[in-house]
Ligand binder design. Structure first.
Ligand SMILES: Cc1cc2nc3c(=O)[nH]c(=O)nc-3n(C[C@H](O)[C@H](O)[C@H](O)COP(=O)(O)O)c2cc1C
Length: 171
């Protein structure tokens, strides 16, 4: 198949090593960050934080996180230009959703007089909240949508990437 989308995706692969001398340009980073921000999520909840690791100190902290587990991943990230953590909110609340609703009002997506009505969709979050207020299984699923969007964007830009799961860091 000769479609550009298919060519991009055929070329993409999970990189195991990086060239430390190569850096992602600011122009490409701007596209990557905006693509991440434009990722869809259930009820537009956006229950995530995207953390960019760029400084040598932050990269060292990231490397140190493999001290006790997933050591095989340590070498994968050693020389990478940038590392992006896609973190999910473990306890997504009505207050978190209010920020989305109010931003929607500010941007003209929702009319101010429809504010209360906009909270109707929060029922989906409640449906996915356990008795301890934990929403992880639902919020984590939203984050994978952003991951897919990110990986496709990188493929389009011809930038190598290595998806990894299970990284635990105190951000
Ligand atoms: C959610 C997710 C988590 C992954 N975790 C790791 C990982 O921790 N370490 C790694 O080397 N590869 C990881 N991979 C890469 C997969 O093993 C890889 O995508 C798969 O084998 C297909 O190979 P390809 O990406 O080169 O086409 C992960 C991929 C995904 C989508």
């Amino acid at each position: 198949m000769s479609h550009q989308i298919i060519k991009d995706l055929e070329k993409r692969y999970t990189s195991k090593h990086y060239d430390a001398s190569k850096r992602i340009s600011q122009e490409d980073l701007d596209v990557i960050y905006q693509a991440l921000r434009l990722s869809p999520s259930s009820i537009n909840s956006q229950p995530w934080k995207f953390v960019v690791i760029e400084s040598e100190t932050a990269k060292q902290r990231f490397q140190d996180s493999f001290a006790n587990k997933f050591q095989f991943n340590k070498i994968r990230s050693k020389d990478a230009s940038h590392i992006i953590l896609l973190a999910h909110k473990t306890h997504y609340t009505r207050e978190n959703f209010a920020k989305v609703v109010d931003k929607g009002i500010k941007d003209g997506r929702t009319k101010a007089e429809n504010r209360e009505q906009a909270f109707g969709s929060f029922a989906f979050a409640e449906m996915n909240t356990d008795e301890n207020g934990d929403t992880s299984h639902w919020t984590k699923a939203q984050t994978y949508i952003a991951l897919g969007n990110l990986m496709h964007t990188l493929a389009r830009l011809g930038i190598d990437s290595t998806p990894m799961e299970g990284v635990t860091m105190n951000c």
